[in-house]
Design a protein around this ligand. Structure first.
Ligand SMILES: Cc1cc2nc3c(=O)[nH]c(=O)nc-3n(C[C@H](O)[C@H](O)[C@H](O)COP(=O)(O)OP(=O)(O)OC[C@H]3O[C@@H](n4cnc5c(N)ncnc54)[C@H](O)[C@@H]3O)c2cc1C
Length: 421
């Protein structure tokens, strides 16, 4: 593809993420319309020695997108392209890489299927969610990455490659690769039979969560909570606490369980108690940007680790007001997954944009080191290559596969080169 065939004006070349803390001006910005144009764009970049990154919906807080080379936007490659719903042991959905998580809901439902789990929002493109190990909550529920069964991508040789379940070594590398193996074109996910969920919201003192910790984790499909250090904390994440509800040292608790209902009679939309199709229950919204860091610790140490961060906030960083969000994720096999061979408790903290929250985040990182915490790649972290080698048993296997796909480092940027180059 010659450069004039690559769409994009000067203004288009400036990219900024949702959180407003990452930005770049790409030399070339392209919005390919189909696989052929993606392939041509990547070959164009390889010929000119440009690095290539793909922008998803920009919901990562880390510099996983910025490049001064070629930036690709795949929002024209969207849609669920196929489902396999007949064999209960092999329920599958195939979609183009730019399809948002939200875009799966209705077409899958019509086919009698649902995504097995979802996170707090559904704005991410599926390739972006997979690239960073995006997850919801549930100790038996895997991340989007773990659900990946087949991916079609353009590699650093400028070729279209397909990886499937028959090739576990390459699939486990591709499941969490932070965009470093190539440009994903199409993905196939393991999915579940369509299900409804009940959502119960409650407000509980911290001590009550401590006392019912194991029971809440084991007793519900999804258990998650936001611990609030102060009354005003709930507002920072738009948690809809009633005006008379104390929030300091209290938790906003979400419990989801599967429900057998008939539509439309069984659908309930009362605030605090809803029953609906799963894909309509999961997504919330965060209107105001924050800057988030999230680490996963082995679930057996979850209570100890969350208690340690609560104590750190109360004693060492009382100025930090964002809640701690706590979730769970099932173990998986992806080499760079924070849940690699370990079910984890997921601990997230945030800082206010425009403030110096780094000393706080560094202190959280230090405190969670003793739990061998591993990061969410889309959220702020302090990983170095040495730490990765220590924390990820298959780090070298990942690096070997990455080099096979991208020997010249076309898909690396300044953030990823020191970690994965
Ligand atoms: C408000 C908010 C709520 C969030 N909630 C959750 C949550 O509940 N659970 C959770 O785990 N995370 C959550 N996140 C984090 C978010 O899910 C991840 O950062 C995710 O990667 C963002 O997806 P995206 O489409 O925005 O991708 P981007 O952030 O744009 O990109 C992420 C990575 O994917 C790569 N990529 C995108 N498309 C392709 C492609 N086609 N081929 C190759 N690489 C590609 C990019 O290059 C980049 O490396 C949240 C973030 C925000 C801001």
């Amino acid at each position: 593809m010659s450069s004039h065939a690559l769409p994009g004006s000067d203004t288009d070349r400036i990219w900024t993420n949702w959180g407003g803390n990452q930005t770049c001006t790409a030399a070339v910005f392209a919005r390919p319309r189909d696989e052929t144009e993606v392939l041509a764009a990547v070959r164009h970049a390889i010929d000119r020695g440009l690095n290539v990154r793909v922008a998803g919906s920009g919901h990562s807080f880390t510099p996983v997108v910025p490049t001064g080379g070629m930036l690709l936007d795949l929002t024209r490659l969207t849609g669920v392209t196929g489902v396999t719903a007949t064999d209960p042991q092999r329920l599958r959905a195939t979609a183009l890489a730019g399809t948002t998580v939200g875009d799966f809901g209705a077409p899958l439902w019509d086919a009698g299927l649902s995504l097995t789990n979802q996170g707090d929002i559904d704005k991410q493109v599926i390739a972006g969610a997979i690239a960073t190990g995006t997850h919801g909550s549930g100790i038996d529920l895997p991340s989007f990455s773990a659900a990946l069964r087949r991916v079609r991508l353009v590699d650093g040789h400028g070729e279209v490659v397909e990886i499937d379940e028959g090739d576990a070594r390459r699939l486990h590398a591709a499941q969490v690769a932070i965009g470093s193996l190539g440009v994903m074109l199409e993905v196939e996910l393991a999915v579940s039979p369509a299900y409804h969920l009940t959502e119960e919201i409650s407000y509980r003192p911290w001590q009550q969560i401590v006392e019912s910790w194991d029971e809440l984790i084991a007793g519900h499909r999804h258990f998650s909570f936001f611990w609030c250090p102060a009354d005003e904390s709930a507002d920072l994440y738009q948690l809809p606490a009633p005006p008379d509800q104390p929030m300091a040292d209290h938790c906003y608790v979400k419990l989801y369980d599967e429900a057998e209902i008939d539509e439309p009679a069984g659908i309930v939309t009362t605030e605090g108690h809803r029953v609906d199709r799963a894909y309509r229950i999961y997504p919330g919204g965060f209107d105001t940007p924050f800057h988030e860091m999230e680490y996963m610790v082995p679930a057996e140490h979850g209570l100890e680790a969350v208690s340690a961060i609560r104590e750190l906030m109360r004693t060492g960083h009382p100025d930090q007001r964002y809640p701690i969000e706590v979730r769970w994720t099932a173990a998986d096999e992806a080499y760079l997954s924070p849940n690699h061979r370990l079910a984890t408790t997921v601990i997230s903290v945030s800082g206010a944009p425009g403030t110096d929250y780094w000393p706080f985040l560094r202190a959280v990182d230090e405190r969670l080191r003793e739990f061998r915490a591993r990061p969410h790649w889309g959220k702020l972290h302090f990983m170095t290559r040495d730490r990765m080698a220590e924390l990820f048993d298959e780090f070298d296997t990942f690096l070997d596969v990455r080099r096979e796909f991208d020997p010249n480092g076309t898909f690396l940027n300044d953030h990823l080169r020191p970690l994965l180059g």
